[in-house]
Design a protein around this ligand. Structure first.
Ligand SMILES: C[S@@+](CC[C@H](N)C(=O)[O-])C[C@H]1O[C@@H](n2cnc3c(N)ncnc32)[C@H](O)[C@@H]1O
Length: 201
């Protein structure tokens, strides 16, 4: 993601807790002089970076690593704090319904089965298929939708748009094994803003 946005801005900072992920990202970003990577816990954004110092924060399949609802609150407060007035956050989460669909996907295999939608911070493990046909074990914490949305609202983020991405007919024509993904959602994207007059939450 850092490389994807780098052509459009002066400075990109990638944050991760995993040294191995940072090392991989650094090795793939050597030609990009405007990307830096910082080893930090996403719970400490507000102390790690100056208030109002970013115009855009991307958190794509990251906040689902928060181990408790309180961590989610801290994380969204940190995002709101480091964004400038009229800043923007784009937050992509696994679709909270996704753990409950029983139709098999060609792209993942469930390891854990969840039967309580209202469970907070329930660890769900699954294997994901990469485009190189490897299967990777990944884990995430499940939260009901209201926990995510209320945490954003409490942090002072104004939700501007919600997107439930799906495979388009053109994509399914080209990759028929994504037919399930044209009918069942796998993620949600929130486009949210900080307020314009310095009244950040
Ligand atoms: C599914 S990956 C998303 C990667 C990233 N969005 C990207 O596009 O490359 C989730 C990432 O969150 C990181 N992570 C998990 N807990 C974290 C924490 N407490 N603070 C910072 N990063 C964390 C993991 O190491 C992992 O790299």
């Amino acid at each position: 993601m850092c490389r994807a946005v780098a052509p459009y801005t002066n400075q990109v900072v990638g944050v991760d807790l995993s040294e191995a992920m940072l090392e991989e990202a650094r090795s793939r970003s050597q030609t990009w002089k405007n990307i830096s990577y910082v080893h930090a816990d996403f719970e400490t954004l507000a102390t790690e970076f100056s208030a109002g110092s970013f115009s855009l924060c991307l958190a794509l399949f990251a906040v689902c690593c928060a181990e408790s609802a309180e961590t989610l609150n801290t994380l969204f407060r940190g995002i709101a704090a480091v964004l400038r007035a009229n800043g923007r956050a784009i937050i992509q989460i696994p679709h909270p319904s996704d753990s409950f669909f029983r139709e098999r996907s060609e792209w993942f295999r469930d390891v854990d089965r969840l039967d309580d939608y209202f469970a907070e911070a329930a660890l769900v493990k699954r294997e994901l298929r990469t485009t190189e046909d490897e299967w990777l074990l990944v884990g995430r914490y499940h939260y009901p939708l209201s926990i995510y949305v209320n945490a954003m609202i409490r942090a002072g983020l104004t939700i501007d748009r919600v997107i439930e991405p799906k495979a388009s007919p053109e994509v399914v024509d080209r990759w028929p094994d994504l037919a399930r993904e044209a009918r069942l959602p796998s993620s949600m994207i929130f486009v949210a803003n900080t307020m314009g007059d310095g009244k950040r939450g």
